[in-house]
Design a binder for this molecule. Structure first.
Ligand code: ATP
Ligand code: MG
Length: 508
């Protein structure tokens, strides 16, 4: 049994006392007794009882029905009427206050016990139901999806705030309207009118499509005429509401605005395309810088040799034989420039242009020949310890020559920048375990520990006329051949660049 705090409103004091005793015996607490309607309203407010036992005929102006109405409106406290007579008019008036029960006087204790228990129980379940309804209402109000509930005739019972915003209808205006008037949807592609989804679901049950995409026309936006381009693109889902007997008693339509999501997806696609474009531009930029870098050396040689040529030819008796040798050098350098451009294009495509067996030691000797003039000008002593004969590297001859040339040029520039008496370039090759190793050592100023990673980045340079491409190209060439290029400090302060490459292609 639920013990409750009860207010007794009864103008017959003897009856009131009697009821009080009975209630106490049942374990309830009587929180107040009143003989008039006015006082009953006051007591209900101050005591907040769980239940009011209300006589209909009372002292004073206000009768029990009026007092019950006021208490119900203000406090939602359950009321049980006590009455000695019950004509139709009184019962009708009383029923408007939604009482929780009637007790016809005179009544026995068991009767009162049952009516009070029922009233308390009903009140508790009403409270729970109201709370649960509030929870649902709060949930529906706070979600961004539109929700419309329809009855079994396909008329709108309820719609949440998001549905109001998206359809342009207020819930009050929409209530009782056919769904097809409130939620006007057309096919997104053809703009042909679509049947309202709740009708489809009520008819086809589980066979109805689980969702569909459509265009929701704005309120008052005219009939679907096949040309609609405005309105929201929505994704709709609809389910039937089934009662205890398994019959559909209505439907719930949930829909979501896809416009925003599509806009974001579109922006993402554009951003990705932009990024890919930027990537291509960066690659193009690096390619251009690489070409400029690698072609510069043969071009300078061509200019120097062409100058020599002109000098020869301006003699009264030009030595044609000598001139021919210089012109041959020009032709050789021009061809080399062409080869270099081709090899860089292959490098950008990440394929060796023209793979074959390359004797690295011989290649180093040839490359040193190319820069003999620079070495002499910078008064650099060259020491080499080049392993003769196989194993050879399988790779692209022009690219490998570019690699050695870049390391040698850097070494020459480093030595020239350092103010040291020792001006030494040493190149050593070796092999073992299926790898070929090449060390290029110089007596320059060396590389600070912190810069070891940066120097391999494209466009990183510390030289006024540098492009910052040499090492980045060199590393690409080495990696393309399955090898590694590293920089370390040299023993005597300079730096050591070392690359190793697998002897056979693929590094096996
Ligand atoms: N042997 C070396 N000794 C000391 N520092 C070096 C050496 N080689 C490269 N560096 C440093 O690494 C940087 C990058 O070298 P990289 O060859 O990539 O470009 P760069 O020589 O500056 O210009 P370029 O693109 O014309 O070759 C150089 O600017 C220099 O600071
Ligand atoms: Mg360089």
């Amino acid at each position: 049994m639920i013990a409750a705090r009860i207010l007794i409103v009864e103008d017959d004091r003897i009856v009131a006392r009697d009821i009080q005793h009975q209630l106490s015996r049942m374990g309830h607490v009587v929180v107040g007794m009143s003989a008039s309607g006015e006082e009953a309203v006051r007591l209900a407010c101050s005591q907040q009882p769980d239940l009011v036992l209300m006589d209909i005929r009372l002292e004073g102006e206000m009768d029990g029905i009026e007092a019950a109405r006021r208490i119900r409106d203000a406090q939602r406290i359950p009321i049980v009427f006590l009455t000695a007579y019950a004509n139709d008019e009184v019962v009708h008036r009383a029923s408007l206050t939604e009482p929780f029960g009637y007790l016809l006087k005179p009544f026995e204790e068991p009767q009162m016990r049952t009516v009070i228990q029922m009233a308390l129980y009903k009140h508790a379940s009403d409270t729970r139901l109201r709370l649960s309804e509030r929870r649902y209402a709060a949930t529906l109000a706070s979600i961004r999806d539109g929700v419309i509930l329809c009855n079994r005739d396909g008329r709108v019972d309820f719609m949440n705030r998001a549905a109001e915003t998206m359809t342009g209808w207020t819930a009050a205006d929409a209530a009782g309207q056919p769904l097809s008037a409130v939620f006007v949807v057309v096919d997104e592609e053809t703009s042909k009118p679509l049947e309202d989804f709740s009708a489809v679901v009520l008819r086809s049950g589980d066979f109805a499509p689980p969702e569909r995409q459509s265009r929701l026309l704005p309120r008052g936006g005219g009939e679907a005429d096949g040309n609609a381009t405005d309105g929201l693109v929505v994704e709709e889902r609809c389910s039937a509401i089934i009662d205890d007997r398994g019959d559909p008693v209505g439907s719930i339509l949930v829909f979501r605005d896809l416009t925003q999501r599509r806009r974001i997806a579109e922006a993402l696609r554009t951003a990705q395309a932009d990024l890919a474009h930027i990537g291509r531009l960066t690659m193009m930029g690096e390619l251009a810088a690489a070409v400029a870098h690698e072609v510069n050396q043969p071009l300078m040689a061509i200019v120097t040799n062409a100058g020599t040529c002109l000098q020869h030819l301006s003699q009264p008796q030009p030595d044609l034989e000598k001139t021919r040798v210089v012109v041959e050098r020009i032709v050789r350098d021009a061809q080399r420039a062409g080869d270099v451009v081709r090899s860089i294009r292959a490098l950008a495509r990440r394929t060796p242009a023209d793979p074959g067996w390359v004797d690295i030691s011989a290649l180093i000797a040839e490359t040193l020949e190319l820069v003999r003039a620079e070495l002499r000008r910078a008064r650099i002593t060259v020491e080499t310890d080049l392993q003769a004969g196989p194993p050879w590297v399988h790779g692209d001859r022009v690219q490998l020559q570019q690699l050695v040339l870049n390391l040698v040029m850097n070494a020459i520039e480093a030595i020239s920048a350092a103010d040291r008496s020792e001006r030494l370039l040493r190149i050593v090759t070796g092999s073992g375990d299926g790898w070929i190793r090449v060390r290029v050592e110089d007596s320059g100023p060396g590389i600070a520990e912190a810069d070891v990673d940066s120097i391999f980045r494209a466009l990183y340079t510390t030289k006024p006329d540098g492009l910052g491409m040499g090492l980045s190209i060199s590393r690409s060439i080495v990696e393309l051949h399955g090898g590694r290029l590293t920089a370390t400090p040299g023993i005597s302060g300079g730096s050591v660049f070392e690359f190793m490459m697998p002897v056979s292609p693929g590094g096996q």
